[in-house]
Design a protein around this ligand. Sequence first.
Ligand SMILES: Cc1cc2nc3c(=O)[nH]c(=O)nc-3n(C[C@H](O)[C@H](O)[C@H](O)COP(=O)(O)OP(=O)(O)OC[C@H]3O[C@@H](n4cnc5c(N)ncnc54)[C@H](O)[C@@H]3O)c2cc1C
Ligand code: SF4
Length: 347
Amino acid sequence: MAENILVVGGGPAGLHSAVTLADIGANVSLVERDSFLGGNPKKFKYKFLFPDMQPADDVIGELIKRAEKNDGVKIYYSSNVSNFKENEKKFDVTIKSPDASETKTFDSVIVATGFEHFDPARDAKYSYQLFDDVIDIKDLERMMGENNFVRPSNGQPPKNVAFILCVGSRDRHVGNQYCSRVCCTVSVKQAIELRERFPDCDAYIFYMDIRTYGFFEDLYWKAMEEHDVQIVKGRIAEITSGPNNTVICKGEDTLLRGPFEIPFDMVVLASGMEGGPQSSEMVDKLGLELNEHGFLKPQNVTLAPFKSNRKGIFLAGACTGPKAISDSIVEGGAAAMDAYIYAVKNK
Ligand SMILES: Cc1cc2nc3c(=O)[nH]c(=O)nc-3n(C[C@H](O)[C@H](O)[C@H](O)COP(=O)(O)OP(=O)(O)OC[C@H]3O[C@@H](n4cnc5c(N)ncnc54)[C@H](O)[C@@H]3O)c2cc1C
Ligand code: SF4
């Protein structure tokens, strides 16, 4: 009989886990809390993906299509795991859906519950909910995705936009000491996209350090050399209201060692990634552990990065820490192998 494997979370990581497992013969139940698959890229309507500006709809759409048309994957939409009990190396799990509850026994489990966006309203200096024209990178993704890039305050196209990096990351004051890894690259990508589509709009990026790691560094140079994006090493201390319906970024240029106050039509905050309440939910329901940063903790980050602290339960994607889609997909495949091996060995 085929192995029964549960995948919790239908984002890029969970989708790839589910399809990989089904392709090698497992029966997969994929439980997604939302009424749609595709995770955060779908939810926030990402438009183009770094590194190579592929349309997000093509990439995420392909991942969804592979799962939806695979007979080995049963998808539970708008559903969650309500009861979870270990039973002689297997797991008795109740899946609660809008119209029904179903209890099944699984040989192994993959958790791919992803991340939440940091809420910039938690740090008052960014005035996120105070001024309509202060938005964050997920808001901008959605605006670009909906072809609706205008100032929220007046519906007019902005003439200049500031990106502020490390919002809610690398900041002990808000409790997040870690780097969110993708927000530098997302911001540089968004600045390029903005300059390509709206050449009359100037783009500034204020950074502590630019961490467009690995090959993503190409985008950093492209932004400056081909798209005239102004990249300024400066810490923002405060965002206030300015004349003519502008917002003023006050800060210090840490290279020139001088204060600045620049009015902008719009400010985009590069808010980072957090483990979110779903990670705590997996701790409560499945007995997993969190690391010191609030993400799910692998058994050993180097030797067993996809194993959780519980035998038979595996982890994939951004639930264990900030990462790009390609890394999340790779992890989805690797966790699928671990989960399959466990299931076969314990049959
Ligand atoms: C603004 C922004 C732009 C980005 N742009 C890019 C880009 O251009 N290129 C790139 O490579 N990366 C990009 N990223 C990173 C990318 O979003 C992540 O790498 C990717 O979404 C991680 O996939 P995942 O499946 O691990 O998690 P998620 O995308 O978070 O998906 C997790 C899924 O699990 C579901 N879920 C959560 N809890 C439960 C539960 N209890 N029960 C059932 N289901 C649950 C969620 O609803 C969701 O569908 C960007 C990130 C941000 C913040
Ligand atoms: S990726 Fe860049 S913006 Fe994001 S936390 Fe790291 S240094 Fe800051």
